[in-house]
Design a protein around this ligand. Structure first.
Ligand SMILES: [Cu+2]
Length: 144
């Protein structure tokens, strides 16, 4: 299920340690890599720590009509936390085959969380921007 809530800096700074993360670069797309590097800079400016230091969730940034990284692979049961690091644009997440409705809009510095309970590839999109900006992503959920 989806949850949308503002994330306090204190909550994030408190979180550290063991966390396996995938490199943010999305192979073969220099523009996307540059946008995602900027997104991570924004994240660190807002929350005061790298997104890779979050524990208990895998972070995907939403920035400049991109999901960063656009493709991730996580074990079943993982909660993905999409964080809006834009300055003024809101985004949503719709996991197409989840049977769940589109999330509420996440405004800048807000997050959307979804826990993946079924193995397999899960395509998702941003409701307002998938069609015009190709703002789409994929989570590959691996069995335990
Ligand atoms: Cu969007």
């Amino acid at each position: 299920m989806f949850q949308t809530h503002p994330l306090t800096r204190a909550a994030l700074v408190a979180v550290f340690a063991s966390f396996a993360f995938a490199p943010a670069a999305f192979a073969g797309d220099d523009d996307t890599a540059a946008i995602c590097a900027e997104a991570e800079e924004r994240y660190q400016k807002i929350f005061g720590a790298p997104s890779s230091e979050v524990s208990g969730a895998t972070v995907v940034l939403m920035y400049d009509y991109n999901f960063c990284p656009a493709q991730i692979s996580v074990p079943v049961g993982t909660t993905v936390r999409w964080v809006n690091v834009d300055k003024r644009t809101s985004h949503s997440v719709l996991v197409k085959d989840s049977g769940q409705p589109e999330s509420d809009r996440a405004f800048p510095e807000e997050v959307i969380e979804f826990t993946f309970l079924e193995p397999g590839p899960q395509d998702y999109l941003c409701g307002p921007h998938w069609e015009t900006q190709n703002m789409i992503g994929m989570v590959t959920v691996t069995p335990e």
